[in-house]
Write a protein that binds this ligand. Structure first.
Ligand code: BTN
Length: 332
């Protein structure tokens, strides 16, 4: 069998055996059913074990499904995914430089809207402003989604905010937890960054070709999983909830939440989402310093407008900002 045949037989076997956890499946019948030989079936079972599935072969050679790994494999993400299009195509990798980079390449080859690029780790995870995103293996969600909204590029900042809503609401689904959106692209847990969004577009004046939304979430990181320089500035869902969660389930819930906010965004821009943005915003009514290049402006945040711009009351009156780096007034 070539690797593609092995993958598709393993997928077919998995779909059958996972329906009845603990049930012994007769290998001859299964091989007939899947139109293959017992030898090839054994290869497929072995391949699944290599991917981390827990199977048992009993003394009669019967195959028993015991458990699936919490690995971000296409078959796991598809199993129980409730979306209509988000994540219906998944490109999954063990390690990549950056999922955003791969998503850009894919987007140029006309893949369906909602295609997800996901990796267990990144070696050059990209953050905003040329920063990097710490992406250790097996702990977080590092993914990029490809979208084709028919919007002018000026509306793109709204995509980061609507992604922020989807992240906040996904996290809130796990229990009572202090989670907020920090304009324009961060998600904070108890005031400390736990997720970041990097929206990148290919566009010309007035027309967006495609959008890549990169999302990095610290999910099961413990405090010691962050390098020294990040320890004070980084949190995770595990730290916020005091327990680990399934990353596969998280990405499924997030894709569903994202699909809903995205559909709303396509219909009304931030219009229908604005109330939630304001509700989750960590900056509203606080005094902040906004850094734009070398300029620093101090003021009180009074609104996030319908395009997603930050509205601040400053000593020169109301001012509106489309981008920048915000710190709280007291943190220098
Ligand atoms: C930020 O907070 O500066 C944005 C961080 C975005 C990180 C994610 S991880 C998956 C995707 N691929 C990347 O290289 N970056 C984004």
């Amino acid at each position: 069998m070539n690797p593609i045949e092995l993958n598709s037989l393993s997928d077919a076997l998995l779909r059958k055996i996972r329906r009845k956890k603990g049930h012994p499946f007769n290998p001859d019948r299964m091989a007939r059913n899947l139109k293959t030989t017992r030898e090839q079936l054994a290869d497929a079972a072995h391949h699944l074990e290599e991917l981390g599935y827990s199977l048992k072969i009993d003394n009669k050679g019967r195959i028993i499904f015991r458990d699936a790994p919490d690995s971000l494999l296409p078959a796991e993400i598809a199993n129980g995914l409730k979306t209509n299009f988000m994540g219906h195509r998944v490109e999954a990798y063990q390690s990549v430089q950056s999922t955003n980079l791969i998503a850009h390449r894919l987007a140029m080859s006309n893949v369906p809207e909602g295609t997800l690029v996901i990796a267990e780790s990144q070696t050059k995870g990209r953050g905003r402003m040329g920063r990097s995103w710490h992406s250790p293996r097996g702990l977080g969600l590092y993914c990029s989604m490809i979208l084709n909204p028919k919007i002018p590029p000026t509306m793109a900042p709204g995509i980061s905010l609507m992604t922020g809503i989807a992240l906040v609401e996904t996290i809130l689904g796990y229990g009572k937890i202090d989670v907020k959106i920090k304009w324009p692209n961060d998600v904070l847990i108890r005031g400390v960054k736990a997720a970041g969004i990097l929206t990148e577009l290919s566009a010309e004046i007035g027309r967006t070709h495609y959008v890549v939304v990169g999302v990095g979430v610290n999910i099961n990181h413990g405090r010691n999983d962050f390098p020294k320089e990040l320890k004070k500035q980084a949190s995770s869902i595990r730290i916020g909830l005091s327990r680990k969660i399934s990353r596969v389930e998280f990405v499924q819930r997030f894709l569903l939440a994202f699909e809903n906010t995205y559909l709303s965004f396509k219909k009304t821009g931030l219009g229908d989402l604005r109330e939630r943005i304001l509700k989750y915003s960590s900056l509203l009514d606080t005094t902040v310093r906004l850094k734009m290049g070398r300029k620093i402006i101090t003021g009180t945040v009074v609104d996030i407008d319908e395009i997603g711009h930050l509205v601040m009351e400053t000593k020169n009156g109301l001012q509106i900002f489309s981008a920048g780096e915000v710190t709280s007034h007291h943190n220098r």
